[in-house]
Design a protein around this ligand. Sequence first.
Ligand SMILES: Cc1cc2nc3c(=O)[nH]c(=O)nc-3n(C[C@H](O)[C@H](O)[C@H](O)COP(=O)(O)OP(=O)(O)OC[C@H]3O[C@@H](n4cnc5c(N)ncnc54)[C@H](O)[C@@H]3O)c2cc1C
Length: 510
Amino acid sequence: MLPHNDFIHVAPSDAPELERRENVHPDEWRNPTPAARYNLVVIGAGTAGLVAAHAAAALGAKVALVERHLLGGDCLNVGCVPSKTIIRTSRLYAEMRNATQYGAQIPSDIRVDFSAVMQRMRGIRARISRADSVRRLTEAGVDVFFGEACFTGTEALTVDGTTLHFRKALIATGSRPDTPSIPGLVEAGYLTNENVFDLTELPRRLLVIGGGPLGCELAQAFCRFGSKIIIAQDWPLFLPREERDAAQILSDAFARDGIEVRLNTRAVNVRTEGGQTLVDLVIEDHRSTVEVDAILTGTGRVPNVDGLNLEAAGVDYDSTDGIRVDDFLQTTNPRIYAAGDACLEDKFTHSADASARIVVRNALFPGRQRLSALTIPWCTYTDPEIAHVGLYVRQAHNKDISVKTFTIPMHDVDRAIADGEEAGFVKIHVKEGTDRILGATIVARHAGEMMNEVTLAMVAGIGLRTLARVIHAYPTQGDAIKKAADAYNRTRLTPFINGLTRRWLRWTRR
Ligand SMILES: Cc1cc2nc3c(=O)[nH]c(=O)nc-3n(C[C@H](O)[C@H](O)[C@H](O)COP(=O)(O)OP(=O)(O)OC[C@H]3O[C@@H](n4cnc5c(N)ncnc54)[C@H](O)[C@@H]3O)c2cc1C
């Protein structure tokens, strides 16, 4: 467990927490007697492990699932579910403060009940934990073992003193937060995604180190709850992976929220003086000190590869990039596969899910499904959201592909205007001279939802020409995608065709 600041309490053992525990790691659990040999032994019961175990068992495989902590892994317990739940409440507070923009009257002194926010989150997390529960797994015929898995050879591993023999195994051990090496940080105590959702009191002043998706999402949420937020980002902009205009819109949104953003800034030292936590920040040669109540780090993820005795299993790995896999997700031991954060660059729940499905096909059947064949979108759930799929322009140029881009600002979309959600754009890149979609970035309040349409089009090989024929219900924000497709269609009106149509219309007027 990471060190905590004094004011941080562990989550209360209330009814939802007891329910979650009962679902994802019951106190009274006894590991079963193992089968002589399993078709598939899965290590790690996060999204990748759960999906693989359920899918393999449904197909009739004898499956064992080993989990050292909580079923559901990061997504359920300390990732997507708690973060998206509190983000929803934070958005409500932002909207209440903004009520007059909508012609509504709300009392001016809006008081945030942070403990109620977290209580709601715990209730929702408990409810969603039912889907990941030990009961569902055992009902599906999966043997569930709680304990730390450790390979003893190329075809066996141990858990809690019991040996499991396997025909195939899946390493789905996920990732954990990277700890930035800042002198004094560990001693002063800090938050990561592993303990931030245990908070019961709102930190008055929060320093967020790292401007990636996790840092941005939680910084905005805590700001909207009333924390004074500073983000220190060791880069010239947020979300280094995203297109600059997308990140700039987020920067502007943060400024409106009142988040203090320090770009090109490194946190270099943390110390405690007179009960106060002081952090030294350096931007170029300028050093300043900020006083904070808590520090949240979001500086990246490290794959969980330690303690598995991968050498005994003949599995190559790298402590930064994780388990080494080929395009079929097979490791250097042909019996052993990997999926999810433990091996993927794209560390998302949906990629963990998709990669686990590939493993079930390739490991248990003569499947040859490739990771590279997947089209993986992603979304950062800030307000506005930033979603992306496919290639960025710079990537297309690196591959010598000429790109034409169609951009529709959200302020040209009726529904976005009506909703007061005009920040953002839909930007779709096609291969020059064709309507084939190479990639897209959407910045909008519901960018994640909107991106699914573009992803579907890419997977199904549907071009912008066909998207222009898809009737979008009016008024919807997704209409922006249709507008981008219409913009493409207008480029098909060459001077020659334009001349022909004009001549035809002139002739029909006679
Ligand atoms: C704050 C936050 C918000 C996020 N939000 C989103 C989001 O909105 N959308 C999205 O797509 N993704 C999101 N993610 C990422 C997402 O949570 C992960 O990509 C996903 O959980 C990865 O699933 P996984 O199965 O690979 O690993 P994990 O969920 O990490 O599961 C791995 C499991 O393996 C277990 N394990 C590890 N080693 C061993 C061992 N030796 N023996 C037994 N068990 C072991 C661990 O205890 C863990 O339960 C978020 C992540 C964070 C941190």
